[in-house]
Write a protein that binds this ligand. Structure first.
Ligand SMILES: NC(=O)c1ccc[n+]([C@@H]2O[C@H](COP(=O)([O-])OP(=O)(O)OC[C@H]3O[C@@H](n4cnc5c(N)ncnc54)[C@H](OP(=O)(O)O)[C@@H]3O)[C@@H](O)[C@H]2O)c1
Length: 317
């Protein structure tokens, strides 16, 4: 099969489109013919050799964990999904990749709404799982006031919408350029960085119940001060969390309850017009190096996707 891959760590130029053996669906898995895959900052760190997990990779490695496509193989133990179904989801995240290829094996998935664009679906899986998991951990519900630091990125843009759908009032931080974008997702926008407690007080004169750090930019002490309790704060990206008494959510890699159920919930919200996966840019598989360059940093508005064209078949004579 064709696959984006790298056989040495380095800059985005180590990525190339080449041929690799096809994977097959194992117990509880499905294989899809991929129509779109996601690109995340995590993939960039793994490829660069900067991530502590890079040393776990067997090379060549296919980057990306999120994909959407048409099921073409159903593994043992799978019920409710059949060959030909259109689904979106993610690979077993402990494999750290495998999505940006002609075929990918998904460990969790949901039915893709017919009107959801492939690129949105393909880039959704782990952002929706992560956002759902941390909203569950904090028990975000109707009437909660939630502060999200780093609300415009892949996980943030999903977390804002899912929290709003739960009936929460969401204050979201972003760069000055992202304020209108955050408001379009349903957040009360403000900028991140120094002086956050004062800005939040000016926007909201009641209590801020809970806070989520999705950026790992060093704001945990301020988030604890704003909510009044370390137990009310969760981070997914700040490894100094324990110094602040704050929970660091690592998901299934950390043995936590999963947010996989969020995929079907997000699909239902999409059909009601209450959820979309914002896409900053869509690239072809051959443009994977450019996608990785963009994912490495800089202003972010949602996700980056790789589109895979449908296979052209000759109509029967
Ligand atoms: N633990 C887990 O389960 C898990 C799962 C997925 C991801 N992650 C980690 O979570 C982080 C976010 O992932 P992502 O995919 O959402 O990344 P992303 O799409 O690159 O988004 C990062 C966001 O951080 C914001 N940001 C930049 N500087 C900031 C600052 N000083 N203060 C507050 N926010 C700032 C950016 O806002 P602007 O664009 O407005 O500048 C951007 O929206 C990454 O570190 C990733 O490795 C962890």
């Amino acid at each position: 099969m064709f696959a984006v891959q790298f056989d040495r760590f380095g800059s985005p130029e180590v990525l190339f489109l080449g041929s690799l053996p096809e994977p097959h669906a194992g117990q509880g898995e499905v294989r899809v013919r991929v129509r779109a895959a996601g690109v995340s900052p995590v993939d960039v760190g793994l490829r660069a050799g900067r991530s502590p997990a890079s040393k776990k990779l067997a090379l060549p490695h296919i980057p990306g964990v999120d994909a959407a496509g048409v099921v073409d193989e159903v593994g043992p133990g799978v019920t409710g999904t059949a060959v030909g179904d259109e689904v979106f989801g993610a690979v077993d995240v402990s494999r750290l990749g495998g999505a940006s290829a002609e075929f990918a094996v998904l460990a969790f998935w949901a039915a893709k709404p017919a009107s959801m664009p492939w690129e949105e679906a393909g880039a959704s899986g782990t952002s929706v799982e992560t956002a759902t998991r941390v909203l569950d951990l904090l028990d975000v519900r109707e009437g909660t006031t939630l502060l999200i630091d780093g609300a415009a990125g892949g996980v943030g843009s999903v977390a804002v919408q899912l929290a709003v759908a739960r009936g929460a009032r969401v204050i979201g931080t972003g760069s000055p350029a992202n304020q209108a974008f955050l408001a379009s997702l349903g957040a009360i926008p403000t900028v991140y960085g120094q002086g956050l407690p004062e800005r939040v007080r000016a926007l909201h004169d009641g209590r801020v119940d809970l806070a989520l750090d999705l950026a790992g930019a060093g704001s945990l002490a301020e988030l604890v001060a704003i909510t009044g309790s370390a137990a009310s704060v969760v981070t997914i990206a700040d490894f100094t969390a324990s110094h602040h008494g704050v929970r660091l959510s690592r998901g299934e890699l950390g043995g936590e309850p999963t947010g996989r159920h969020g995929l079907a919930a997000a699909a239902a919200l999409f059909e009601e017009g209450r959820f979309r996966l914002p896409l900053q840019e869509v690239f072809s598989l051959a443009q994977a190096p450019r996608a990785h360059e963009l994912a490495a940093g800089g202003p972010r508005q949602g996700k980056i996707a790789l589109a895979v064209p449908p296979v052209l078949t000759t109509p029967a004579a």
